[in-house]
Design a protein around this ligand. Structure first.
Ligand code: CU
Length: 105
């Protein structure tokens, strides 16, 4: 939850062109909901991940170079750099069958 307070001033200190885009995703019964999310290219992206399960998960992506543990029933924000258009896979490192895709366009 403390990361939410950091994300807002970070976004407001930048120009419109660099302002971060936000996407939200949940994990329930070890499935990402939705399993595919879209975000604009060439802008930093703030991914809000809500873990609705009773077990911790680790949001991880090799192509995005991020990983973040999110406790059971908790939420976290994963910030990624501005990206070129493409499809970026992510998964729960604690339950690797739990997979999703970030579509940047
Ligand atoms: Cu990991």
């Amino acid at each position: 939850m403390t990361l939410l307070g950091i994300a807002v001033p970070f976004a407001s200190e930048h120009t419109n062109a660099q302002q971060s885009a936000s996407v939200a995703i949940s994990v329930k019964d070890h499935h990402f909901q939705p399993s595919q999310v879209s975000a604009p290219a060439n802008r930093p992206i703030s991914i809000k991940v809500k873990n609705l399960d009773a077990t911790p998960m680790e949001f991880e992506s090799t192509s995005l170079r991020v990983e973040k543990v999110i406790a059971a029933g908790s939420e976290g924000v994963v910030n990624v750099r501005a990206l070129a258009p493409g499809r970026y896979e992510f998964f729960d490192d604690f339950h690797q069958e739990t997979r999703g895709t970030l579509v940047v366009q």
